[in-house]
Write a protein that binds this ligand. Structure first.
Ligand SMILES: C[S@@+](CC[C@H](N)C(=O)[O-])C[C@H]1O[C@@H](n2cnc3c(N)ncnc32)[C@H](O)[C@@H]1O
Length: 223
């Protein structure tokens, strides 16, 4: 009985959220980011790769206040999908923004979404890269790295190791934002410290935890 009530509450919550999202964000901005996409339907399935599912529209705003970003900051969404988070991040004063996405189809949708929702001058600050993250040379000026559980296992560990190496070779504070942080152990093992957490007000403790958003800071060791 309790399980059935919880399932009902979760379904009702998800439908209301989709309606709200369509009304206030998708339609208002002229974008399509809501529909999930399975990588197996695109011929890209792999046990460590995670399917496309968008971050909640307010995720970035909840974890990263606008006044904590300056004109020297650079944002990257690893596994940017249809570009929803980039649309949000473009409203912050980032110097430049990067979205790395494996799927050519999702990469193209992200481009169309950004073209429709950003003024041309701001659109020019966003670079979309259509690559497997394993083949992507991570720039060493990124200061905010965003992950909505895009990949796991060896792929995630590889990216975190390279980000940590980039902080050592070009010392700076790197903030890592991780939604549904299933591979948190790899982030902490790289020396990052948990600095903030927000949790969804979801019906059900496990669901709430799965949707939690955490921020970690990776900084070079003091000399
Ligand atoms: C959970 S979705 C997150 C989408 C977006 N970041 C957001 O928050 O709305 C994960 C995305 O990571 C992408 N992805 C999975 N493995 C990848 C890889 N090896 N390289 C680049 N992107 C990858 C998927 O195609 C998918 O679009």
């Amino acid at each position: 009985m309790l399980q059935a009530t919880l399932r009902f509450a979760q379904t009702a919550y998800a439908s209301t959220k989709r309606l709200f999202s369509n009304l206030f964000f998708e339609d208002a901005l002229g974008v399509e980011t809501n529909r999930p996409v399975a990588l197996k339907d695109l011929g890209l399935a792999h046990s460590d790769r995670v399917d496309y599912d968008p971050s909640p529209w307010l995720a970035l705003r909840r974890i990263l206040p606008r006044n904590e970003v300056g004109p020297d900051d650079v944002f990257a969404d690893f596994g940017c999908g249809k570009g929803r988070v980039l649309v949000q991040a473009a409203g912050y004063p980032f110097r430049r923004l990067i979205g790395i996405e494996l799927s050519p189809e999702l990469h193209a949708v992200a481009g169309a979404n950004l073209d429709r929702s950003l003024p041309p001058a701001r659109r020019a600050d966003v670079e979309l890269v259509n690559k497997d993250v394993l083949d992507y040379a991570i720039p060493d000026d990124i200061t905010v790295a965003y992950f909505y559980n895009p990949f796991a296992g060896a792929i995630f560990a590889n990216v975190i190791d390279r980000l940590a190496a980039s902080v050592r070779s070009r010392p700076r504070a790197l903030r890592i934002i991780y939604v549904n942080p299933v591979e948190e152990a790899a982030v902490l093992a790289a020396g990052a410290k948990l600095t903030r957490e927000v949790r969804g007000l979801r019906p059900g403790k496990n669901w709430s935890l799965r949707k939690s958003i955490r921020m970690y800071t990776l900084a070079p060791p003091p000399c």
